[in-house]
Design a protein around this ligand. Structure first.
Ligand code: FPP
Length: 255
């Protein structure tokens, strides 16, 4: 067994689950649909945006927990192409979260060698949101540790259509033969390239859907659903999801 990156010290009860993980079978890429922020807040008599704020704080916790065990990439579904349909105030609140998150957390992310990236269409984000994320990408571009990938203004069908359009343009220009189009090439035209496909998808809040998230990339991912809402999904819950992943036998259609 490889040792974990850092030693926790004396484990608290909450941290004990980390010790039962198989360090040789850590998923390289974990993707998360961070659902249930609104419901978490409403259950507590708080406005929905309070749930988003709490959800934002949880991003750091789960990022460090993933880094701790050697996950190489963590993709978080932060805003979908469909989320623009939400009330204007809520969209505006979500768009301002990076402006709070990055200045507050960037030093710790850098200290942990974490690299920020984005999957989606940043050009459609408000200037202040885009600038904030791009600054964080620039500040962390030489880091070589965990890749913290925010799916922001992302939608999987749109991603595939845009990939197909670019492939078709290459073919029409004579730079690509139709017979050269294969799974590997198609993957290179996805916005997630060059990240590997997720090994594990976690969705919080009890919803059993994929919601237009990485439809191509999740073909062989293990799916893990929990009733817990995203703001209450803590490190121990994350390690329980990894434990469940480690109990699964991945067969990729074989025996
Ligand atoms: C879905 O929950 C969650 C979102 C649409 C937003 C998720 C964003 C974050 C957790 C913050 C991201 C942080 C940064 C720095 C970009 P929901 O509100 O739809 O849940 P509900 O189904 O209970 O309404």
């Amino acid at each position: 067994m490889k040792p974990f990156k850092k030693w926790f010290g004396t484990p608290t009860k909450d941290e004990e689950s980390i010790f039962s993980l198989d360090t040789d079978n850590i998923p390289n890429h974990v993707a998360v649909i961070m659902d249930g922020n609104g419901r978490w807040a409403q259950k507590r008599g708080l406005p929905r945006v309070a749930g988003h704020h709490s959800g934002m704080k949880n991003v750091k916790k789960i990022t460090l927990a993933a880094d701790q065990i050697g996950v190489q990439a963590l993709t978080l579904y932060a805003f979908s192409t469909e989320n623009w349909k939400r009330p204007k105030d809520e969209v505006e609140y979500l768009m301002k979260l990076p402006l709070e998150f990055f200045p507050k957390e960037i030093d710790e992310l850098i200290a942990n060698n974490i690299r920020i990236r984005i999957t989606g269409w940043p050009e459609a984000l408000p200037d202040y949101t885009r600038k904030s994320v791009e600054d964080a990408i620039r500040q962390t571009e030489h880091n070589t540790g965990l890749i913290l990938n925010f799916a922001l203004n992302y939608g999987s069908r749109k991603e595939m259509i845009s990939g197909v359009q670019r492939i078709a343009q290459e073919a029409a220009a004579g730079r690509l033969r139709p017979e050269d189009i294969n799974e590997e090439l198609f993957s290179q035209y996805m916005l997630t390239a060059p990240l590997p496909d997720p090994d594990l998808l976690i969705r919080t809040s009890g919803e059993l859907r994929i919601s237009n998230f990485m439809l191509w990339q999740l073909a062989y991912s293990e799916l893990y659903f929990t009733e817990l809402c995203w703001p209450e999904f803590n490190e121990q819950h994350f390690y329980m999801a990894i434990q469940e992943y480690q109990r699964r036998a991945r067969r990729y259609g074989g025996l």
